[in-house]
Design a protein around this ligand. Structure first.
Ligand SMILES: Nc1ncnc2c1ncn2[C@@H]1O[C@H](COP(=O)(O)OP(=O)(O)OP(=O)(O)O)[C@@H](O)[C@H]1O
Length: 297
């Protein structure tokens, strides 16, 4: 399938040796929800700014919907970028933002916009500078969803949003995505909250791609083992382990690798139980132990 977002050796360097993005090559398939994950300062915002024509790359190439995004009205009219700290003109109210957004996005759905405004309880006639942090985030979420842009970037869109509002965002995103498939690139630190939405995961670390994998494949890269401490110790001996915990006579270990038939038989014989690793735990482990992230490919 042709990628809707493609980068080749994309880099953004700043003076004093800062490599905000370094030789990034990714290809994202259309009509999927992709996650862009990584620690603070990893380069997520930089990548999104490059892909939306807000920054010029130091080197490398990129294509969004087949074109280079920089000053490309045709590409940009088909994309929507929701940033964490969006600035608005003085005196603007949410309804002004929505009015502008309506003109920018050809696929805008006004009915959906109204439903979202009501669900997020967004006071559209209040000045933006008087809105709470969460209400400010809600504006971005309404725009990002109602735009129905074929390529939508959400860069940590929910700073300050309460748990109910975050769940509303996930529910609306999933329901609307099912009816109107499009390409979503979502950057977040709340990995477990969005794990069920994700189909593909890109993790960057210090500007470089650390993991680029389908979410299911990634989940299959490790498993948790728990049971009697001596049995767990015997099982993990000679295997790649990224985390271990011991509580009295019991232990738990996170083991890298798929569970094949032989491993399963060994686990059964030892009376050990297994469970899937959470995506967040796995990303944390692999980011801490980068050699395992690539070794287990
Ligand atoms: N204008 C700039 N000048 C110098 N360094 C910069 C500039 N913009 C970004 N950086 C650096 O580039 C790196 C990547 O920043 P970026 O904002 O892309 O990270 P991020 O992954 O979005 O982080 P976070 O999760 O904290 O939002 C950081 O080390 C940052 O300090």
């Amino acid at each position: 399938m042709t990628a809707v977002i493609e980068t080749t050796g994309l880099s953004k360097h700043y003076p004093k040796g800062v490599r905000a993005l370094d030789d990034v090559s990714i290809a994202l398939e259309p009509n999927r929800i992709h996650a862009l994950l990584g620690r603070n300062g990893a380069g997520k915002t930089t990548l999104m700014q490059l892909l939306t024509g807000q920054l010029i790359a130091t080197s490398g190439d990129m294509r969004v919907l087949g074109g280079h995004p920089f000053e490309n009205a045709q590409v940009l009219s088909q994309t929507c970028f929701i940033q964490e700290s969006q600035k608005y003109p003085d005196g603007f109210r949410a309804q002004d933002v929505l009015a502008v957004a309506r003109t920018l996005h050809p696929q805008w759905d006004a009915d959906f916009e109204r439903r979202l405004v009501a669900d997020f309880r967004l006071p559209t006639d209040r000045q933006i500078k008087k809105l709470s942090r969460g209400q400010l985030s809600a504006i971005g979420i309404v725009v990002g969803l109602a735009s129905r842009a074929p390529v939508t970037f959400f860069d940590e869109p929910y700073l300050g949003l309460d748990a109910v509002a975050r769940q509303l965002f996930y529910d609306h995103l999933l329901a609307d995505f099912a009816e109107h498939p499009r390409t979503i690139l979502l950057s977040t630190h709340l990995i477990d909250e969005v794990a069920n939405l994700l189909e593909h995961v890109v993790v960057i670390d210090e500007g470089r791609v650390l993991i680029d994998a389908d979410a299911d494949e990634l989940r299959g890269r490790a498993y948790d083992v728990s049971g009697r401490a001596d049995a767990v110790a015997a099982y993990v001996d000679g295997r790649e382990v990224v985390a271990q915990q011991r509580l009295g006579g019991l232990a738990n270990a996170t083991v890298i690798g798929p569970i094949d038939a032989a491993a399963r038989a060994e686990l059964d014989a030892a009376g050990l139980t297994t469970s899937p690793v959470s995506l967040q735990a796995l990303v944390v482990h692999l980011t801490r132990t980068p050699e395992l992230a690539t070794a287990s490919l």
